[in-house]
Design a protein around this ligand. Structure first.
Ligand SMILES: [Zn+2]
Length: 575
């Protein structure tokens, strides 16, 4: 069916949403959602729909700002002590409960005075649907095991990218526009709304707060002691069962569940790099669409209510985390689950049972909704640092790496340009190990298991190369994308693959004489060479390998091979 995007019709004055009109079974299309918010904008001074740049499908991204005093400029709002709550919907358009929940919420905040009071100290920013291309690609059948809505959007965007892996690499226009939008509104609290896959259990909604170990101590403490308990309490009063996101250690929750690690590629991990509080909501796929929308709506109201009531404390935690980010000396790049730290979690589940499959003839398991249980299961809620790094005084990025430089600028990183050509003593990293994926992952042959070795070298730089001094609020982002070992570094995403290929070689018949001279002049080299030959028969029988071994230790071998181009520098321009 053709969407009537050219002349969206105004919704009736009662502002019933398409979801409500459908009897709570359908989800609004992008055209309907935008028309609805625009009608709210025309009716209420407190709501404004702002248009940002185009997404991959050609339609622009919008943000709906709900601001009680009718001010729509972040700087002015922050000066007035307002907190910003940012809600992203439809990143996975088949998981659209937040799309419809937020439309009702925006209206209810205007129509109901008790709810309007929640906006005394909080400004709400809502992305109606982030993955617009995926939401236009609607059908009955994109979510095999999900109950409703009648039509569901598709996970891939207009370039078949999963946008919830794209916040660092920014292959999509959606992500590049989002980056600008995020920094324009730099929120105190960020919520991304989803629907789960996986096990069956009674909870209507699961949640992922910022991973405690990764979060700044100020965010971590406030989340654990105040924020999360308050939201949980709100959901209890609303009589909506919730639990932490069920990320199974084994096949079922009874084997234990673990915390989800929010790497920077995910929305909440990206929010964490800029020290916003983060929540992912995951409404349960086997609850009705109405139950999922209701649960998501309640979770957002609970969050909003808490921020409003405790706006000073929330703001202090965020401010503290942001100034700590600029000051911290050490950053953890990679993490591993800490299996020694287990907490009991009172969990409501359905018993997993086994039966003979009519399809395969083998054992199948299922969750028996007639056998609910409540028992303590193991919750692995902590990760421990694997690789840590000391922040350098500065990084230098050669100007040819313009895709990296562009992403730095988009994320508000302040850069200086070298005024003239110069040679500097810097710390370089050689990539000593990496394993590339055998198939593209989200459009890249992503590199796993990256290891490096550092050494100090004199390197030539050129006028216009970029210097990033640390000590900025964006330091967590800078370190995580520029240190090659970090899980979502630009090295891992393939932005520096040029250095992984040797450029010059030698002519073996001509290199013979040079090799002979080298062995004659260097006793240690000669001894090592002979030892290697006697220890490794394959080497002893391979003349080319022997010459290449010597070539690699000669003055002709290129120092740039496997040398990561971004360097760490402890100097300062003008010194
Ligand atoms: Zn999702």
């Amino acid at each position: 069916m053709l969407a009537s995007c050219a002349s969206p019709t105004l919704p009736p004055p009662d502002f019933e949403t398409p979801y409500e009109k459908s009897g709570q079974v359908s989800s609004a299309t992008h055209t309907e959602a935008l028309a609805y918010y625009q009608a709210l904008d025309q009716t209420y001074d407190q709501i404004k729909v702002l248009e940002y740049g185009k997404t991959d499908v050609g339609r622009p991204l919008h943000v709906v700002v709900v601001s009680k005093n009718g001010v729509f400029d972040r700087e002015a709002l922050v000066a007035q002590g307002k907190r910003i709550l940012f809600i992203n919907n439809g990143i996975h358009p088949g998981e659209s409960c937040g799309v419809d929940a937020c439309m009702m919420l925006a209206r209810d905040l205007m129509a109901k005075p008790a709810l309007n009071a929640y906006l005394d100290h909080v400004v709400l920013c809502i992305i109606p649907i982030y993955n617009i291309g995926g939401s236009l690609n609607r059908s009955c059948c994109t979510r095999a095991n999900q109950v409703g809505p009648t039509e569901q959007g598709f996970r891939g965007n207009a370039k078949n990218l999963d946008l919830n892996r794209d916040f660092i690499k920014c292959d999509s226009r959606n992500a590049r526009v989002f980056t600008q939008l995020y920094h324009d509104w730099l929120p105190d609290v960020f919520i991304d709304t989803h629907t789960t896959n996986g096990a069956d259990y009674p909870a209507h909604l699961t949640y992922i707060p910022s991973l405690p170990d990764k979060a700044d101590p100020a965010i971590r403490a406030y989340m654990a002691d105040h924020f999360l308990p308050a939201v949980k309490d709100h959901m209890k009063q609303a009589e909506i069962p919730i639990c932490p996101y069920v990320y199974n250690m084994g096949r079922t929750p009874e084997d234990g569940i673990m915390a989800f690690i929010d790497h920077p590629r995910y929305s909440s991990g990206f929010a964490n790099l800029f020290n916003s509080f983060g929540f992912i909501t995951e409404a349960h796929m086997l609850k009705t669409f109405e139950q999922r929308v209701t649960a998501t709506y309640a979770f957002i109201i609970g969050t909003l209510g808490h921020i409003n009531a405790h706006h000073e404390a929330v703001g202090e935690a965020v401010a503290k985390a942001r100034s700590a980010a600029a000051a911290r000396k050490e950053v953890t790049l990679t993490w591993t689950l800490d299996t020694s730290r287990v907490d009991p979690l009172l969990f409501s589940g359905y018993e997993a049972k086994f039966a003979k499959s009519n399809v395969t003839g083998q054992q199948r398991w299922y969750f028996d909704q007639n056998s609910p249980y409540e028992k303590e299961i193991n919750y692995f809620g902590h990760y421990k640092p694997l690789v840590k790094v000391q922040k350098p005084r500065a990084y230098i990025i050669p100007q040819g790496y313009d895709r990296v430089i562009e992403r730095m600028a988009n994320n508000g990183v302040e850069m200086k340009a070298l005024a003239r050509d110069t040679v500097l003593e810097v710390e370089v990293s050689y990539i000593t190990e990496y394993k590339s994926r055998s198939r593209p992952y989200e459009g890249h042959f992503y590199h796993d298991d990256v290891k490096t070795r550092r050494e100090v070298q004199q390197i030539a730089f050129y006028a216009g190369d970029k210097i990033i001094y640390t000590g900025q609020a964006s330091d967590d982002f800078v370190v995580h994308v520029l240190e090659p070992e970090a899980h979502d570094s630009y090295f891992r995403w393939g932005f520096f693959d040029g250095v992984l290929m040797q450029k010059e070689y030698f002519s073996p018949y001509l290199f013979e004489e040079e090799a002979e001279k080298m062995l004659a002049a260097d006793e240690k080299l000669k001894a090592d060479f002979e030892t290697k030959k006697s220890a490794e028969p394959a080497f002893a029988n391979n003349w080319w390998a022997q010459l290449f071994y010597l070539y690699k230790q000669s003055r002709f071998y290129e120092p740039t091979f496997m040398r990561y181009p971004v360097v760490r520098w402890d100097g300062r321009m003008g010194e």
